[in-house]
Design a protein around this ligand. Sequence first.
Ligand SMILES: [Zn+2]
Length: 99
Amino acid sequence: MLKGKAAASQRIDAILEEALKTASTNMELAQKQARLARRIAMKHTIKLPYQRKQLFCHKCKRFIVPGINARIRLTRSPIRALRITCLECGYVYRRILEK
Ligand SMILES: [Zn+2]
């Protein structure tokens, strides 16, 4: 059994995976799972990896899933970027795509 941070980040990962699956059928439950994952991360002062962090709205901190409560658009000019709109609070942010 892993202890401390390693165990906690594994748990966070597992919870977020589960939340992603739950989101399509039960968003309310998915939000609860995501909140739990965030709480564990904060408690153990674990920084979520980028892939996980983008599942949370920068503004309202809610769990956002593309195609469910987030809209993603690809912009092509002048730089390729993703425009992510949180449909919970309407916040829009851009993520520049790496080559
Ligand atoms: Zn939001």
